[in-house]
Design a protein around this ligand. Sequence first.
Ligand SMILES: *Cc1c(COP(=O)(O)O)cnc(C)c1O
Length: 245
Amino acid sequence: MNGLKEKTMSVLQQNYQDVNRAVKQAAEAAGRPANAVKLVAVSKTFPADDIREVYAAGQRDFGENYIQEWFEKTETLADLPDIVWHVIGDVQSNKTKFVAERAHWVHTIGRLKTARRLSEQRPSEMPPLQVCIEVNIAAEEAKHGVAPDEAVALALEVAKLPNIKVRGLMCVAKADSSDDELRSQFHTMQRLLAELNAAGVEADVLSMGMSGDMPIAVECGATHVRIGSAIFGRREQKQKGEGSQ
Ligand SMILES: *Cc1c(COP(=O)(O)O)cnc(C)c1O
């Protein structure tokens, strides 16, 4: 399984190269520079050895959702000092300390309280934690994030915290959206980012686009795409009723 010592690329490394190329092509197709979009490889549910393989192929930015699972991976992968960890799942209050001490990015700030704790617990010798405000773009009941019309106000409050740097906005598009519905959601994100800048917060990040909607997100200005299954493969479903995608 572990192909690190072999000359040939593993399946994961091949997937990774394909996704990397697809992201660059999507950027160019949108008239943007090929390197305008950062790929965050979403490794949730997959073992640390899989991260090592993709790391060996050149990837440095990895996204994780489940804090306990991620904690164990940071221990196992402590020998990879230049890995960049993006937390892209809900951060409960009892997990903020660890996130403040080990994450480089948190994409999923939906409440001021979480941001306050992260800022208080960020070690002073570390650079500010880079965060995005998570926008519940289609106002879905089951989803985290702040309502679109509250996003700028929340970002302005979070931006006042000393050990946090607001970089921009993040969303997960509504499942089963048509291409036009995706464009509408992503364009709203672009508009909110412009409003945030007009309100005085210099923010440049739009974290949006996953395995299923990456090209449209890039067309609509995504700067960070979060790709999991197209690199690591299908995940075991955590919940019932999600089986047929
Ligand atoms: C799982 C996840 C992803 C990656 O999804 P894929 O469809 O596997 O690419 C991206 N963003 C968030 C917030 C996720 O939870």
